[in-house]
Design a protein around this ligand. Sequence first.
Ligand code: 13P
Length: 270
Amino acid sequence: MRKPVMAGNWKMNCDIAEAEALADGVTAHGGQVEDALVILCPPFVALTTVQKSIANSNIKLGGQNMFWEDEGAFTGETSPKMLLACGCEYVIIGHSERRGRFGAPDEADVEDLDAVFGDTDATVNRKVRSALDAGLKPIICCGELLGERQAGDTDAVVAGQVEAALQGVAADEAANIIIAYEPVWAIGTGEVCDADEANRVCGMVRETVADVFSQDVADNMQVLYGGSVKPENVEGLMAQEHIDGGLVGGASLDAASFGALIDAAAASAQ
Ligand code: 13P
């Protein structure tokens, strides 16, 4: 049986004091939960603070991105080694916002968001390889744009992203990987993907993993859904065969909401 996961991606929210308060709130509510894996992914500058808050709990820490080199002249980047030193066990890789697929800055006068946020299937793969080599567990994100869905390309786009991310990964490393399916049109919009459809695509992700490795590896892979997960819809999502948890943005910024999501994940293990 795959352990349910509830991962909070705080994105570019919370200064140090806010991060501490939020982490303390989540820890008070769900710090001792054993039936679900709880992961907090605060901004880099708050990692150390959050690590202190969760130190005596079962909650794990994750980064939101990383560069693939260990050190060097890469201004503004963060290495796997640095994440490990902050206490991270996990790292989100290839989030759609990092792939330049979503999240145009306000008053954007930048036409090519790819050039700003820059991740491609190739860089995602390099980061996955580097994370695994360093001993970090990647949470690999995939997901289609609304236009790709409307054109009937969802499965091809998502399967292509998963295959590309897993290139050069050995089957015995797959136990250290989590995959998150996040349809870009459902992120931060309140527009949740139907539980049935989210389950279908997560099942397709699992089939892709089976094709890359084996059915056994696929059966053990934790596949998460992300995109407007909240207390009101989490039960329906967690009840699905192929959805093993959530990668949560907005609802992870409130300790009570995220606590309810943790409870739902833990309850789904029964
Ligand atoms: P929301 O839960 O705010 O839609 O964000 C989802 C997400 O992108 C998590 O990584």
